[in-house]
Design a protein around this ligand. Structure first.
Ligand code: FES
Ligand code: FES
Length: 158
């Protein structure tokens, strides 16, 4: 289907088939928030620069504000609503990371993706993974500590 045409897209979101009726060039973020009511992925910049919308696409941290519905039609999409008492969520609560909270779903999903590929990230691995996730409240020190704690919790579960 050409981008721009209206279409029914069957997306795999949080383990379920969901149907959205939108043009193929609609940003995935719009489909998630407006069509499916999944407001965990936040709208920050809309151009892939802030990380507020980060969700998992085929297990990787990606930015639904710059991915179109047509591009992800065959992918597995996970938003923060699809996590279930995940070690990263546990660590975030334990260290009381959030301030206003706006950026935090993106920070958490970026961390989930990091720990999928690296169970024991170093300080520089953490900095590198999160360098493009902006927090206007400046919670960076708590985020870094929580990533290490989440890695510890995850390793303890294995
Ligand atoms: S809203 Fe997607 S990166 Fe900023
Ligand atoms: S907690 Fe406010 S923007 Fe990060």
């Amino acid at each position: 289907m050409e981008g721009g045409d209206m279409g029914r897209y069957r997306l795999r979101v949080n383990g379920k088939r969901r149907v959205v009726d939108v043009p193929g060039d609609t940003p995935l973020l719009w489909a998630l928030r407006e069509e499916l009511g999944l407001t965990g992925p936040r709208y920050g910049c809309g151009v892939g620069a802030c990380g507020a919308c980060v969700s998992l696409i085929d297990g990787e941290a990606r930015r639904p504000c710059v991915e179109t519905v047509d591009q992800v039609r065959d992918s597995r999409i996970t938003t923060i609503e699809g996590l279930d008492d995940h070690p990263v969520q546990q660590a975030w609560l334990e260290l009381d990371v959030a301030q206003c909270g706006y950026c935090q779903p993106g920070q958490i999903m970026t961390t989930v993706a990091l720990l999928r590929r690296n169970a024991d990230p170093s300080r520089s691995d953490i900095d590198d993974a999160l360098k493009d996730n902006v927090c206007r409240c400046g919670t960076y020190p708590r985020i870094r500590a929580a990533v290490s704690r989440a890695a510890e919790i995850s390793r303890g579960r294995k």
